[in-house]
Ligand binder design. Sequence first.
Ligand code: UDP
Length: 192
Amino acid sequence: RSKVNILGIEFDNFTQKEFVCQLIADNRQHLNRFVVTANPEIVLAATRDPHYQQIINHADYVTADGIGIVKGAKILGTPLAERVTGFDTMQALLRSANQNQKKVYFLGGKPAVISALKNVIKEKYPHLIIAGMHDGYFNDEEPIIHEIQQTQPDFVFVALGFPKQDFFIAHHRSVANSIWMGVGGSFDVLIG
Ligand code: UDP
């Protein structure tokens, strides 16, 4: 697959639908995957922080989570199919996890958000298996990593905001062959 470089970030060219299918197929093979759905703020932050840029470019997939990135790619003569957002991707994966009784770990957000999220997930996705849930305001990450290692989730959604979530995933992803994805403020949106 050829990549599309925008401001130093190497983007993958997927439609939203293709991308979800790719991740579901990867999970079936128990592949370890690090996903970044890069919005313009992330791209900008990466131009200012070479270490962050390097972390993103070492992800397995980087999608364009912003119409401006898609437009920029077209102007540069290296078009991307469409915008592929973190929220839509997460929702599609949750639906699939519900249908296939997959294990999901949710990390991040305020304690009140995480406890509300538990009810929303149980109600909306009753067949999904919650591998674990933890808020994003912890001092010691060790118990969280231990839990992920013990439960080996199919999907790990990390909502710590950028760049924190991406550094976290890059650092810890080896403990489980999961689809690891940074989802920013998505839990806040999910609980409505
Ligand atoms: N967050 C967290 N721990 C932190 C900092 C942030 O769990 O130490 C959460 C915060 O509660 C929010 C999300 O990360 O749910 C960040 O959302 P924001 O909208 O700031 O980030 P973006 O969606 O732009 O990446």
